[in-house]
Structure formats: structure tokens, C-alpha cells
Design a protein around this ligand. Structure first.
Ligand code: PLP
Length: 488
């Protein structure tokens, strides 16, 4: 593309994106197209000769846009509401333009060094001890898979060299997490060849938090049976309810048995930058910085690894997940492999990203996080997360005050679990499922659900950078209107 054309189309793209952000509320939150609509409207094969970019841009509006579900819409409250910031989009544009593959330091000094700097900024903002060093992957699923692989390597089974198949000297390896753990952990044990039977799920209390005593019992029982516990994964901010597992008590157990402690803070981790939220992570009210392993550490400071997703709740475009490790070298032990064509004279003095995981080339993801942190500043980020938590608390108070609804879980962060529960309705599960499906189909808002103690539970997540109190009021009004039309 000649540079003049690039400039002209580039301005048009920015105009189109600016219109998109400006008019975001005019779109239905969930795409209204039927399955296969887009496929049916696209040619069956690629164009023989090149097309004008203007025509391509036109088709983004005509064909792609109707099939977009608008995660940026302020009434996207399903799953975890995550949105990009405009400044994060600029980060992606530069990264795409540079197109660096950060495998070796020399193939991408900027990516390698900016990643170190920006992850250390984030570490300081979250008040994590200095010994934590981070590495960026695409998703929490992949961050956690790397953590479990490193834990397995530490267990000295020589899996890296010998594998697991065909060996009768490898006991059943166990990974522990609560019954509310994210399904990505199940997928991690599948991917790593441990198998689903290696994942033991521990019972939760009535607040949906892992019961530490049950974990200790399970480990004792497994050791007695000849199994090998390698990793425990408590969650701070579980997916169904955002509950917080008792990380400090779990860390005591891991320490006693020498088990790797991996904390899944993929959703809620960003809120560790908010001083009044930090107790969910450290377990203490006032929070002196713990500086060295073994000093005065509590809660997640005692972990071997922690995953935090800025792409979930720090306004950074998908994807960017951070794995912090107490000793990043353990990842290197599990994964480093330097082929002849990748050998460099500086490998002893520099960090080569390829050494820390399965990928060779790595995207320049740190750039967008750098843009986001610099543009908003620590204060700006804190203010936004604080506001999301306030809004979720406000919505929860409406739920609690109404005779027609009930709260079904505590609200530590910005996720409200509730259901509409008017008197005299026999099947509340069917009622809530119907209300949710109707709202989602209307395009006015998007809610998702979970099941808690057999109850069909609506989940309202507050996380969009564009969300305001009026958006929550809108959902509350719609819910009550739908309820009225169902019970009349
Ligand atoms: N862990 C928790 C607690 C989550 O809520 C999620 C996704 O919502 C994940 C892990 C997986 O995240 P990712 O999509 O980055 O793999």
C-alpha cells in the first residue's frame, strides 16, 4: 500500500473507530444475527485480484458490524464485563505496525525491556513484593498452564525429558482447586497430559470460598494413597461469584507439604492497586509492603506464581495476561530450549522471551499496557475500579431492598449474583432464565448466569470503562418491567 494511501485510509479508519466509540450505545449489546448469517453473506472463495481498501472498510460496516457483540457497550454485564480503552487501541496499532516477534532480546529489545519495566510498575502498584517478576502471555488459561508445568518440573519427575507415558515410576499427580475454580484449570491438566482425574476439587463454604481444612484433609488422604500433590490453585475473584479463597491458610498448607502455590487472580487482581481492596489479596487491613520472601508476607505475597489479567479489568485490549513468579527461572527450567539458529552471543546477559514458555515469537503486548498506565496514571485507574465497585454495590442494594429480588452471594468486587424472586412463583429457575434470555435477545443489555446451590443465578458484572450509574438503572428498570410482564 503506497504511503499516501496508507495515510488516507488510516485517517478513515480512525474516523470510523471514533464514530464507533461515540455511538456505542446505539448498537444492540449482543449481536442480533442468526448463526451462519455472516458466512452466507461472504464470498465462498478469496478474490482473484486485490480490492480497493475503501470497499473493504465499507464491508466492515455492512457485514462485520452486525455480527459484532459489543463488549465495549456500557450495558455489557455478562461473563466478566471487560472493555478496551481508546488509548489501548493505539498501543495495538503500533504493535501491529512494528510487527516484532519477541523471541530473542535482539529481535525485539523494546518489547523485552518494556515488558520488564511495565510489569514492575504494575507489581509496585499492586504492592506485591519485589521478588515477583512477571511475564506476559495471551490469556490466564495459558499463564496458569505454564505455572502448573513449572510446578510439575519442580516435583522432580523429569517430565520434561522423559514425559509421562510409558512410565510406571510416576505416581498420580494431583492439582487442587476449589469447586468454583475456572474451567481453564481443567483444560490445563488436560493439556499437560495430567488428565482430569489429577484435578481434585475442594469443597467451599456458604460464601463459595475453599475450605482450607478440607484441602489439608484431601492432601493427607492423597499422600497416604501414594499420590503426589504438586500444585494448589486458590482463586481471588472466582468466576461464578467472585468469591475469595483463604489464600493465607492455603499458603500454610502448601508450605507444610512443599507444594507450589499458584493464585488465580485473573479477574480481580487489578483491584489490588486500590488500597482499600488490597486486604482481599494480603489478608491484612493495613498493608505494609513485604519486601523479601519470608519477611512479613501474607496472602498472595506467599505464592509461587500469580496470574492477573489486565485485559479483564484494566482497560487493556484483549489479549494480555501476566504471570508473576517468585522465581521466573523455574519457568526457564521447564521450557528453555535453544536451537542452533537461535543461539546468540548475548544470551548470558539478556532476557530472551522464548525461554519462558511454549511460544517462540511473542507479540509486543507490553506497549498497550504502557499506554494505558501512562494515560490514566495510577490514580485514574484506581478511580475507575473504585467506581465500578461502587456501582456494583449500588445495584446490589437495589436488589436487597426490593421484595421482588434477592442477592445470592456476597459482592466483594464488581459482580452481583442475584435473582428475581417475587412471592408466589413456583419455578424461579425458569422465571429467571426466561427474563435473562428475553433481555439478552432484546439487545438492551447482556447478563449471564450461573447455578448456585441449585438456584438459577443472574450475574451482573460492572467493568466497562464507559459504564455510568444510568446504565445500571436501565438494567434494573428492564428487569422489573420484564418481571411484571411475566407475572401478570
Ligand atoms: N480465571 C478466572 C478466575 C477467570 O474468571 C477466567 C475467565 O473469565 C480465567 C481464569 C480464564 O481467562 P482467560 O480467558 O484469560 O484464559
Amino acid at each position: 500500500m503506497p504511503i499516501g494511501e496508507f495515510r488516507r485510509h488510516g485517517y478513515a479508519v480512525i474516523d470510523q473507530l471514533a464514530d464507533y466509540f461515540e455511538g456505542i450505545e446505539d448498537y444492540p449489546v449482543l449481536s442480533q444475527v442468526e448463526p451462519n448469517w455472516l458466512k452466507m453473506n461472504l464470498p465462498q472463495s478469496a478474490p482473484e485480484s486485490g480490492e480497493d481498501f475503501g470497499a473493504i472498510l465499507h464491508d466492515v460496516d455492512k457485514l462485520i458490524m452486525p455480527a459484532v457483540t459489543h463488549w465495549n457497550h456500557p450495558n455489557f454485564h455478562g461473563l466478566f464485563a471487560t472493555s478496551t480503552s481508546s488509548v489501548g487501541v493505539f498501543g495495538e496499532m503500533f504493535a501491529a505496525a512494528f510487527d516484532m516477534k519477541a523471541m530473542l532480546w535482539r529481535t525485539s529489545p523494546a518489547s523485552t525491556e518494556l515488558e520488564d519495566v511495565v510489569l514492575d510498575w504494575l507489581r509496585q502498584m499492586m504492592d506485591l513484593p519485589e521478588h515477583f517478576e512477571g511475564i506476559i502471555y495471551d490469556t490466564a488459561s495459558v499463564s496458569t498452564m505454564h505455572a502448573i508445568a513449572a510446578a510439575r518440573e519442580r516435583a522432580n519427575l523429569k517430565i520434561r525429558d522423559l514425559g509421562m507415558s510409558g512410565r510406571d515410576d510416576v505416581p498420580l499427580v494431583r492439582v487442587y482447586a476449589s469447586e468454583h475454580v475456572h474451567s481453564s484449570i481443567d483444560k490445563c491438566v488436560i493439556t499437560l497430559g495430567l488428565g482430569l482425574r489429577s484435578l481434585r476439587k475442594i469443597e467451599c463454604n456458604e460464601r463459595f470460598e475453599m475450605i482450607a481444612e478440607r484441602l489439608a484433609d484431601a492432601i493427607d488422604e492423597d499422600i497416604a494413597a501414594g499420590y503426589l500433590p504438586i500444585c494448589v490453585i486458590p482463586t481471588i475473584g472466582t468466576t461464578s461469584t467472585s468469591s475469595v479463597d483463604p489464600v493465607d491458610a492455603i499458603a500454610d498448607i502448601c508450605e507444610k507439604y512443599g507444594i507450589w502455590l499458584h493464585v488465580d487472580a485473573a479477574y480481580a487482581g487489578s483491584t489490588a492497586i486500590v488500597p482499600e481492596m488490597r486486604h482481599y489479596f494480603t489478608g491484612r487491613e493495613e498493608n505494609p509492603v513485604a519486601t523479601a520472601p519470608g519477611s512479613d508476607m501474607k496472602g498472595w505475597e506467599r505464592a509461587d506464581s500469580i496470574v492477573v489479567n489486565p485485559h479483564k479489568w484494566l482497560f487493556t485490549p484483549f489479549d494480555l495476561s501476566v504471570l508473576y513468579c517468585k522465581d521466573l527461572n523455574e519457568l526457564k527450567v521447564a521450557f528453555s530450549l535453544v536451537a542452533e539458529y537461535l543461539k546468540t552471543s548475548d544470551e548470558k546477559t539478556v532476557k530472551n522471551g522464548m525461554d519462558y514458555g511454549v511460544q517462540l515469537g511473542r507479540r509486543f503486548r507490553a506497549l498497550k499496557l504502557w499506554f494505558v498506565i501512562r494515560y490514566f496514571g495510577r490514580e485514574g485507574l484506581i478511580a475507575r475500579l473504585r467506581e465500578h465497585c461502587r456501582l456494583a454495590g449500588l445495584f446490589a442494594s437495589w436488589v436487597e431492598e426490593s421484595d421482588n429480588s434477592e442477592l445470592l452471594a456476597p459482592v466483594p468486587f464488581a459482580l452481583v449474583c442475584f435473582r428475581m424472586a417475587p412471592a408466589g412463583i413456583a419455578d424461579l429457575n425458569a422465571l429467571n432464565e426466561k427474563i435473562m434470555n428475553d433481555i439478552n435477545a432484546s439487545g438492551d443489555a447482556y447478563l449471564s448466569h450461573t447455578k448456585l446451590n441449585g438456584k438459577y443465578t443472574l450475574r451482573l458484572s460492572v467493568g466497562s470503562i464507559r459504564v455510568e450509574e444510568r446504565h445500571l438503572k436501565k438494567v434494573w428498570d428492564i428487569l422489573n418491567e420484564r418481571l411484571k410482564s411475566e407475572i401478570i
